[in-house]
Write a protein that binds this ligand. Structure first.
Ligand code: FPP
Length: 247
Protein backbone atom coordinates (compact mmCIF):
# COMPACT_ATOMS: atom_id res chain seq x y z
CA UNK A 1 0.00 0.00 0.00
CA UNK A 2 1.18 3.54 -0.62
CA UNK A 3 1.65 5.37 2.69
CA UNK A 4 1.08 8.87 1.41
CA UNK A 5 -1.17 9.63 -1.56
CA UNK A 6 -1.50 13.10 -3.08
CA UNK A 7 -4.37 14.01 -5.40
CA UNK A 8 -4.57 16.83 -7.95
CA UNK A 9 -8.34 17.17 -8.18
CA UNK A 10 -8.76 18.51 -11.70
CA UNK A 11 -11.71 18.68 -14.08
CA UNK A 12 -14.45 20.35 -12.00
CA UNK A 13 -14.89 23.15 -14.55
CA UNK A 14 -15.15 20.79 -17.53
CA UNK A 15 -17.54 18.52 -15.61
CA UNK A 16 -19.82 21.54 -15.12
CA UNK A 17 -19.42 22.76 -18.73
CA UNK A 18 -20.46 19.35 -20.06
CA UNK A 19 -23.74 19.78 -18.16
CA UNK A 20 -24.22 23.42 -19.14
CA UNK A 21 -23.75 24.43 -15.51
CA UNK A 22 -21.72 27.09 -13.79
CA UNK A 23 -18.14 26.20 -12.81
CA UNK A 24 -19.11 26.53 -9.15
CA UNK A 25 -21.50 23.59 -9.58
CA UNK A 26 -18.50 21.56 -10.69
CA UNK A 27 -16.65 22.54 -7.53
CA UNK A 28 -19.73 21.67 -5.45
CA UNK A 29 -19.83 18.19 -7.03
CA UNK A 30 -16.05 18.08 -6.47
CA UNK A 31 -16.53 18.70 -2.76
CA UNK A 32 -18.84 15.66 -2.60
CA UNK A 33 -16.08 13.61 -4.24
CA UNK A 34 -13.69 14.89 -1.56
CA UNK A 35 -15.99 13.59 1.19
CA UNK A 36 -16.32 10.24 -0.59
CA UNK A 37 -12.62 9.73 -1.18
CA UNK A 38 -11.58 10.82 2.32
CA UNK A 39 -13.89 8.14 3.76
CA UNK A 40 -12.46 5.46 1.46
CA UNK A 41 -8.89 6.51 2.18
CA UNK A 42 -9.53 6.25 5.89
CA UNK A 43 -11.25 2.88 5.50
CA UNK A 44 -8.43 1.28 3.50
CA UNK A 45 -5.81 2.52 5.94
CA UNK A 46 -3.88 5.20 4.07
CA UNK A 47 -1.62 6.99 6.52
CA UNK A 48 -1.67 10.29 4.69
CA UNK A 49 -3.83 11.88 2.03
CA UNK A 50 -2.93 15.30 0.63
CA UNK A 51 -5.53 17.06 -1.52
CA UNK A 52 -4.69 19.97 -3.82
CA UNK A 53 -7.81 22.02 -3.07
CA UNK A 54 -6.70 25.54 -4.04
CA UNK A 55 -3.44 26.61 -5.61
CA UNK A 56 -1.55 29.83 -5.00
CA UNK A 57 -2.28 30.63 -8.64
CA UNK A 58 -6.05 30.01 -8.23
CA UNK A 59 -6.47 33.42 -6.56
CA UNK A 60 -6.33 34.89 -10.08
CA UNK A 61 -9.61 33.14 -11.06
CA UNK A 62 -12.80 35.23 -11.31
CA UNK A 63 -13.79 36.58 -7.86
CA UNK A 64 -17.14 34.73 -7.91
CA UNK A 65 -15.39 31.39 -8.47
CA UNK A 66 -12.86 32.10 -5.70
CA UNK A 67 -15.68 33.10 -3.33
CA UNK A 68 -17.61 29.95 -4.26
CA UNK A 69 -14.60 27.76 -3.54
CA UNK A 70 -14.00 29.46 -0.19
CA UNK A 71 -17.66 28.95 0.75
CA UNK A 72 -17.44 25.25 -0.16
CA UNK A 73 -14.31 24.88 1.91
CA UNK A 74 -15.97 26.60 4.87
CA UNK A 75 -19.01 24.28 4.60
CA UNK A 76 -16.80 21.23 4.25
CA UNK A 77 -14.89 22.08 7.43
CA UNK A 78 -18.10 22.57 9.40
CA UNK A 79 -20.05 19.62 8.01
CA UNK A 80 -17.16 17.11 8.14
CA UNK A 81 -16.04 18.09 11.63
CA UNK A 82 -17.64 15.14 13.42
CA UNK A 83 -16.60 12.72 10.66
CA UNK A 84 -12.98 13.87 10.98
CA UNK A 85 -12.88 13.89 14.78
CA UNK A 86 -14.87 10.67 15.13
CA UNK A 87 -12.70 8.69 12.73
CA UNK A 88 -9.29 9.50 14.13
CA UNK A 89 -8.37 11.79 11.25
CA UNK A 90 -5.83 14.52 11.85
CA UNK A 91 -6.49 17.55 9.68
CA UNK A 92 -3.53 19.63 8.51
CA UNK A 93 -3.22 22.49 6.05
CA UNK A 94 -0.31 23.65 3.91
CA UNK A 95 0.12 26.77 1.82
CA UNK A 96 -0.06 30.51 2.33
CA UNK A 97 -2.92 30.24 4.82
CA UNK A 98 -2.77 33.96 5.71
CA UNK A 99 -4.46 34.65 2.37
CA UNK A 100 -7.60 32.73 3.35
CA UNK A 101 -10.73 34.69 4.36
CA UNK A 102 -10.93 35.04 8.15
CA UNK A 103 -14.03 32.80 8.62
CA UNK A 104 -12.38 29.97 6.67
CA UNK A 105 -9.12 30.40 8.54
CA UNK A 106 -10.94 30.32 11.88
CA UNK A 107 -12.76 27.00 11.27
CA UNK A 108 -9.65 25.53 9.65
CA UNK A 109 -7.38 26.42 12.59
CA UNK A 110 -9.97 25.15 15.06
CA UNK A 111 -10.36 21.77 13.37
CA UNK A 112 -6.61 21.37 12.88
CA UNK A 113 -6.11 22.05 16.60
CA UNK A 114 -8.99 19.84 17.73
CA UNK A 115 -7.84 16.90 15.60
CA UNK A 116 -4.13 17.30 16.33
CA UNK A 117 -3.99 14.20 18.54
CA UNK A 118 -5.68 11.92 16.04
CA UNK A 119 -3.38 9.43 14.37
CA UNK A 120 -5.34 7.05 12.09
CA UNK A 121 -4.80 9.20 8.98
CA UNK A 122 -3.51 12.68 8.26
CA UNK A 123 -5.67 14.59 5.80
CA UNK A 124 -3.74 17.58 4.49
CA UNK A 125 -5.52 20.28 2.53
CA UNK A 126 -3.23 22.22 0.20
CA UNK A 127 -4.76 25.72 0.21
CA UNK A 128 -3.27 28.76 -1.44
CA UNK A 129 -0.50 26.27 -2.06
CA UNK A 130 2.33 26.22 -4.56
CA UNK A 131 5.25 23.80 -4.55
CA UNK A 132 7.72 26.42 -5.78
CA UNK A 133 6.42 28.93 -3.24
CA UNK A 134 6.83 26.30 -0.50
CA UNK A 135 10.44 25.65 -1.51
CA UNK A 136 11.16 29.42 -1.65
CA UNK A 137 9.71 29.83 1.86
CA UNK A 138 11.88 26.95 3.15
CA UNK A 139 14.92 28.63 1.56
CA UNK A 140 14.14 31.90 3.32
CA UNK A 141 14.01 30.13 6.69
CA UNK A 142 17.18 28.14 6.00
CA UNK A 143 19.02 31.30 4.87
CA UNK A 144 17.91 33.13 8.03
CA UNK A 145 19.12 30.23 10.20
CA UNK A 146 22.45 30.22 8.39
CA UNK A 147 22.78 34.01 8.73
CA UNK A 148 22.07 33.72 12.46
CA UNK A 149 24.84 31.14 12.78
CA UNK A 150 22.43 28.32 13.69
CA UNK A 151 23.15 26.35 10.55
CA UNK A 152 26.41 25.65 8.74
CA UNK A 153 25.76 26.40 5.03
CA UNK A 154 28.08 23.54 4.09
CA UNK A 155 25.94 21.14 6.11
CA UNK A 156 22.73 21.91 4.24
CA UNK A 157 21.60 18.70 2.60
CA UNK A 158 18.40 17.20 1.24
CA UNK A 159 17.20 16.25 4.72
CA UNK A 160 17.73 19.84 5.93
CA UNK A 161 15.53 21.08 3.11
CA UNK A 162 12.96 18.31 3.59
CA UNK A 163 12.64 19.14 7.29
CA UNK A 164 11.72 22.75 6.38
CA UNK A 165 8.99 21.73 3.91
CA UNK A 166 5.55 21.53 5.55
CA UNK A 167 4.01 19.19 2.94
CA UNK A 168 6.63 16.56 3.80
CA UNK A 169 5.96 16.39 7.53
CA UNK A 170 3.93 13.27 6.69
CA UNK A 171 6.72 11.90 4.47
CA UNK A 172 7.26 12.07 0.72
CA UNK A 173 4.23 11.15 -1.38
CA UNK A 174 4.39 7.57 -2.71
CA UNK A 175 1.64 8.07 -5.25
CA UNK A 176 0.33 11.22 -6.91
CA UNK A 177 -2.99 10.94 -8.73
CA UNK A 178 -4.19 13.58 -11.17
CA UNK A 179 -7.74 13.49 -12.49
CA UNK A 180 -9.13 15.40 -15.46
CA UNK A 181 -6.89 14.04 -18.21
CA UNK A 182 -3.93 16.46 -18.03
CA UNK A 183 -0.50 15.00 -17.42
CA UNK A 184 1.45 17.46 -15.32
CA UNK A 185 2.18 18.26 -11.68
CA UNK A 186 1.04 21.90 -11.76
CA UNK A 187 3.23 23.00 -8.85
CA UNK A 188 2.05 20.24 -6.46
CA UNK A 189 4.43 18.70 -3.87
CA UNK A 190 7.43 19.48 -6.08
CA UNK A 191 10.26 18.64 -3.69
CA UNK A 192 8.63 15.50 -2.31
CA UNK A 193 7.51 14.11 -5.67
CA UNK A 194 11.08 13.27 -6.74
CA UNK A 195 10.38 9.52 -6.59
CA UNK A 196 6.59 9.51 -6.45
CA UNK A 197 4.71 7.19 -8.76
CA UNK A 198 2.31 9.15 -10.97
CA UNK A 199 -1.16 8.03 -11.98
CA UNK A 200 -3.26 10.01 -14.45
CA UNK A 201 -7.00 9.43 -14.69
CA UNK A 202 -9.15 10.80 -17.50
CA UNK A 203 -12.07 10.96 -15.10
CA UNK A 204 -13.10 14.48 -14.04
CA UNK A 205 -12.75 14.90 -10.29
CA UNK A 206 -16.50 14.98 -9.47
CA UNK A 207 -16.83 11.56 -11.16
CA UNK A 208 -13.84 10.03 -9.35
CA UNK A 209 -15.02 7.00 -7.39
CA UNK A 210 -13.77 4.46 -4.91
CA UNK A 211 -13.09 2.11 -7.85
CA UNK A 212 -10.94 4.76 -9.53
CA UNK A 213 -8.89 5.12 -6.36
CA UNK A 214 -8.47 1.33 -6.23
CA UNK A 215 -7.34 1.34 -9.89
CA UNK A 216 -4.70 3.94 -9.05
CA UNK A 217 -3.49 1.96 -6.04
CA UNK A 218 -3.45 -1.30 -8.04
CA UNK A 219 -1.34 0.45 -10.68
CA UNK A 220 1.03 1.67 -7.94
CA UNK A 221 1.32 -1.88 -6.61
CA UNK A 222 2.47 -3.13 -10.02
CA UNK A 223 5.27 -0.56 -10.26
CA UNK A 224 8.85 -1.41 -9.41
CA UNK A 225 10.18 1.42 -7.28
CA UNK A 226 13.95 1.61 -7.64
CA UNK A 227 14.83 5.00 -6.14
CA UNK A 228 17.81 5.15 -8.50
CA UNK A 229 19.06 1.71 -7.49
CA UNK A 230 19.31 -1.48 -9.56
CA UNK A 231 17.25 -4.54 -8.86
CA UNK A 232 19.46 -7.65 -9.04
CA UNK A 233 17.69 -10.88 -9.97
CA UNK A 234 14.71 -9.90 -7.90
CA UNK A 235 16.90 -10.29 -4.81
CA UNK A 236 16.47 -6.78 -3.57
CA UNK A 237 17.92 -3.36 -4.03
CA UNK A 238 21.59 -2.79 -4.60
CA UNK A 239 23.01 0.73 -4.28
CA UNK A 240 24.91 0.60 -7.57
CA UNK A 241 23.62 3.87 -8.92
CA UNK A 242 23.39 7.20 -7.17
CA UNK A 243 20.21 9.21 -7.12
CA UNK A 244 21.61 11.50 -9.84
CA UNK A 245 21.00 8.90 -12.55
CA UNK A 246 17.79 7.52 -11.19
CA UNK A 247 14.57 6.92 -13.02
C1 FPP B 1 -9.50 22.11 -10.46
O1 FPP B 1 -10.56 22.00 -11.39
C2 FPP B 1 -10.03 22.15 -9.11
C3 FPP B 1 -9.93 23.22 -8.29
C4 FPP B 1 -9.24 24.48 -8.68
C5 FPP B 1 -10.53 23.24 -6.95
C6 FPP B 1 -10.68 21.92 -6.26
C7 FPP B 1 -11.78 22.07 -5.27
C8 FPP B 1 -12.64 21.10 -4.90
C9 FPP B 1 -12.50 19.71 -5.36
C10 FPP B 1 -13.83 21.37 -4.02
C11 FPP B 1 -13.58 22.10 -2.75
C12 FPP B 1 -12.55 21.48 -1.87
C13 FPP B 1 -12.78 20.99 -0.63
C14 FPP B 1 -11.66 20.43 0.15
C15 FPP B 1 -14.11 21.00 -0.01
P1 FPP B 1 -10.70 23.11 -12.51
O2 FPP B 1 -11.66 24.14 -12.03
O3 FPP B 1 -9.37 23.66 -12.91
O4 FPP B 1 -11.31 22.24 -13.67
P2 FPP B 1 -11.10 22.45 -15.23
O5 FPP B 1 -9.65 22.17 -15.52
O6 FPP B 1 -12.01 21.45 -15.84
O7 FPP B 1 -11.49 23.86 -15.55
Amino acid sequence: MPRHVGIIMDGNGRWAAQRGEDRCEGHRAGSHAVRRIVRVARRIGLEALTLYAFSFQNWARPPAEVAGLMALLHDFLIEERSEILGNGIRLAAIGDLDQLPAPVRAVLDQLCADSAHNSRMTLTLALSYGGQEEIAQAMRVIAAEAAAGKLDPQAIDIDTIRSHIPSLQVGDPDLIIRTGGERRLSNFLLFGSAYAELFFSDRHWPDFTEEDLFLAIASYQRRERRFGLVLEGGAGLSPRAKSSDSN
